[in-house]
Design a protein around this ligand. Structure first.
Ligand code: SF4
Ligand code: SF4
Length: 375
């Protein structure tokens, strides 16, 4: 075991391989407040990559309703229970990561779902925590709540799938940090399926290999965002590149949201993988639940998010979500407009901070009636 630094837990930790960060790291921010669970992302991925034999229950992208939705069943609560107490002191995680809690002879604390655990991918959809009783009323955080959690592979900095593979078939690309499984090397031992705490590698019984999200790397290589991003109806997703905190650049959209504003947080940072998909937490969900899911930064993140109506930079960047198919390498706000640039510095998108309001005349004076379209 090597000692590596994981900035999301604020300390060094044990990992199977020495720290080796890619030249740049693919990353994403999802705004949970905007997801409507339309599953368009899921279908965009399914029709692009997983429509073949053996992939019937394979969803590289899925959207589940929290707290009762899971895919596969109980993927998170199972591991949270095995991991035991997960405590933080300030921004430092004082519990054990899944690498540190591995049982003797294992590289990672994991578990393997049964085949049936994948058979109800939309279980718990729209199920509320607590019923809505008589006299229920709005109190800020809701008494009865659910929210939608869109999930894909996190292309982790310290992937459990990679560290667990006895064949060395899982690799992290040095050029962009995307994690892939070499289908020639894979023998289908499913150690990665057992190890990934997010359950984002899948066994294909037809090919007898494991498969996973490839972050649409052919699109990334062409400067485009993945399919689940560009097809997102709620415009909740933004793809880009993330730096280490000490090298953060405010002109990078992901760095700005994660490091500068600290409004987007990793999913279960206590697992220790330094996942690279970040979430703006939902505003209406009790904080205790959110802290165990996104770590101790939740309260500050939500204060920042709620300040967006007064913060033109933050509001501006949030409006760039879903605004273009291209990868936005840099951004800036110029007055009432927000601009996005590609890696060469060429402008690729420009949108107003506020949509112009057009008031359509509704009273038809000639006929003395209200009409939907007076022209
Ligand atoms: S989310 Fe799972 S499959 Fe994806 S890189 Fe991390 S450990 Fe591997
Ligand atoms: S397409 Fe977007 S809004 Fe629809 S479920 Fe997926 S992430 Fe949510």
């Amino acid at each position: 075991m090597a000692r590596v630094y994981n900035w999301q837990i604020g300390r060094e930790m044990s990992y199977w391989y020495p720290e080796k960060r890619p030249k740049r790291q693919f990353a994403a921010v999802f705004d949970t407040n905007k997801c409507i669970a339309c599953q368009t992302c899921t279908l965009a991925c399914k029709t692009t990559w997983t429509s073949g034999k053996g992939q019937e229950y394979m969803l590289w992208n899925n959207v589940e309703t929290k707290p009762y939705g899971f895919y596969p069943i109980a993927w998170d609560v199972n591991l949270l229970e095995k991991l035991g107490v997960q405590s933080w002191t300030g921004g430092r995680y004082t519990g054990r990561t899944i690498f540190e809690a591995a049982e003797a002879g294992e590289r990672v604390l994991g578990w393997r779902p049964d085949e049936m655990d994948y058979s109800n991918p939309n279980v718990g959809e729209d199920d509320c925590l607590n019923g809505v009783g008589k006299g229920a009323h709005f109190t800020g955080e809701h008494q009865s709540w659910f929210f939608y959690l869109a999930r894909m592979c996190n292309h982790c900095t310290y992937p459990a799938c990679l560290s667990s593979c006895p064949r060395g078939a899982v690799y992290k690309r040095p050029e962009d940090g995307i994690v892939l499984i070499d289908q020639q090397r894979c023998r289908g031992y499913q150690e990665c399926v057992k190890a990934c705490p997010y359950k984002k590698t899948f066994y294909n019984p037809m090919t007898r290999t494991s498969e996973k999200c490839i972050a649409c790397f052919p699109k990334i290589e062409s400067g485009l965002q993945p399919q689940c991003f560009v097809n997102c109806i709620g415009k909740i997703r933004l793809a880009g590149w993330i730096s280490k905190p000490e090298a953060a650049r405010a002109e990078s959209p992901i760095d700005f949201l994660v490091h500068v504003k600290k409004v987007a947080l990793p999913l279960f940072p206590q697992f220790g993988l330094e996942p690279n998909v970040y979430y703006i937490p939902p505003v209406h969900v009790p904080r205790e639940y959110l802290r165990q899911m996104f770590g101790p930064g939740v309260d500050a993140a939500l204060e920042v998010y709620k300040s967006a109506p007064r913060d033109k930079d933050l509001a501006g960047l949030l409006t760039l979500f879903g605004s273009t198919e291209r990868m936005i390498a840099k951004w800036k706000r110029a007055g009432e407009q927000v601009l996005g640039y590609d890696e060469t510095g060429s402008e690729i998108v420009r949108i107003p901070l506020r949509e112009p309001v057009h008031i359509r005349r509704a009273f038809d004076a000639a006929r003395g009636v209200m009409r939907a379209n007076v022209s």
